[in-house]
Structure formats: C-alpha cells, structure tokens
Design a protein around this ligand. Structure first.
Ligand code: SF4
Ligand code: SF4
Length: 216
C-alpha cells in the first residue's frame, strides 16, 4: 500500500510566493501576522474549510503556494469581512483571500468540479463580454462547468424554484448587455494589462499608464 505523505517540508515551498502576495497593494500587512487565531475564531465558515484562515495566512507567508492556491478555503470564504474587522494587526484577510482566488484561477490551481471557481470564471467572462450579468445563463454555465453529475443533481433539485422565478419574471432568460461595448472592451484591456504588469513586477508603470488613460 502506498503511504500518503502529509507533512510539508522546505522542498515543498515555492520561494518568493509570500513576498509576491505581500507586494500587492492592501496585502502588505500580512507580514505582521502574529498567528493569534482571531480570524479563524470569528470566521463563520472556518468549520467547513480545509485550512483555517489563520493557517492560510501562515502558509502564504511561508511560501506554500500549491497548498494555498489549491485549497477549498479561499473559495469558501464568503467575504463577510469579520476577520478583517477583528484582526489585531489590521491585516486585510478578506482582500488577501481575493488575491489568492484570482491567482488560483489565473494559474490553474482552482479545484476542478467545485462550483464557486466555476461561478467566478463565468461571472468574469460575462461581465467582460456583455458588461452585464444575466443570472439564468450564469447559473446554467456554472452548473455545466462544475461537472455533469453536479449539474444534474442541482438542476433536478431546483427546477421548481427556477420555474417559479421565470414565471414571476425574476429570472429572465434574455441575455442582458450594454450598448457601447467598444468602450467596455477598451476598459477591460487596460484593466487586464495592468494586472499582467503587476504580476511582472511593473506595478508603477501600470499605475502611471492607468493614470494617463484616466486623464484623457
Ligand atoms: S487575526 Fe490577524 S494577526 Fe491574528 S492570526 Fe489572523 S491574520 Fe494573523
Ligand atoms: S471574510 Fe472569509 S475568511 Fe474572513 S471571516 Fe468572512 S468568510 Fe471567514
């Protein structure tokens, strides 16, 4: 029988990951975490998480990139900001969770078949393309991307609710979109480019580029 190793060693780390996260505006304070556990204590969802928020903070700082980015914790975080409000070191834990989610999607670590990253991806693409979110197609895309068995199970469980929402006009099947899509495409190009620049360590030039565009 093959033994499953659970202990993490120095060699499992991706050197520089913690520094990268802490270089993102708003995430700098992570460095001063004292591992008091207040964030885990107040988090209403920590009992469902594979790693508590305190553990995620420690693992991020210690460069355990793969474990952090492929964890379910970052997707279970409901962005309630309780931890951020209570942290004695004023660490913006919720914003760090957002940064980790973005990286997990971008770098292909997000758990496959889990509904929340599938929802985030579909939401992003819909806003990117149409400037609006249509709830009905968002739900359908999320279900299909989170796996066929998941889609069937959830779809069958909720068909009655869906039908009632359609009947009462609260769940439109018509794709919503904005008119001046060319302006949206231009905005998205600038936002995407600044993200790429930031990841490449050209944050200052990205900021000044954004500023220059804003002045025009
Ligand atoms: S509450 Fe703040 S200082 Fe305490 S463990 Fe969580 S992140 Fe660290
Ligand atoms: S913001 Fe996320 S991690 Fe923080 S308390 Fe709320 S659910 Fe937990």
């Amino acid at each position: 029988m093959e033994l499953q190793r659970t202990i993490k060693y120095e060699a499992d780390r991706v050197k520089g990951f913690g520094r990268e996260i802490m270089s993102v505006p708003g995430c700098e304070q992570l460095e001063s975490c004292i591992q008091c556990g207040t964030c885990s204590g107040v988090c209403p969802l920590s009992i469902y998480m594979d790693f508590s928020p305190r553990q995620i903070m420690a693992m991020t700082r210690s460069d355990f990139k793969k474990e952090v980015l492929s964890s379910y914790t970052i997707w279970l975080c409901a962005s309630c900001y309780d931890c951020t409000v209570e942290c004695p070191r004023k660490i913006r834990i919720t914003d760090i969770m957002y940064e980790l989610k973005q990286r997990a999607i971008r770098e292909g670590y997000a758990p496959k078949g889990f509904a929340t990253p599938a929802l985030a991806r579909s939401f992003y693409h819909m806003v990117h393309e149409n400037g609006r979110v249509t709830e009905s197609s968002l739900v359908i895309k999320m279900l299909l991307k989170s796996g066929l068995s998941n889609a069937l199970k959830t779809g069958l469980g909720m068909w009655r609710l869906g039908l009632n929402l359609i009947k009462t006009g609260r769940f439109s099947l018509k794709q919503e979109t904005i008119r001046r899509k060319d302006e949206l495409a231009q905005m998205m190009r600038i936002a995407d480019q600044s993200d790429i620049d930031r990841l490449n360590g050209n944050g200052a030039s990205a900021t000044s580029e954004k500023g220059a565009h804003a002045q025009h």
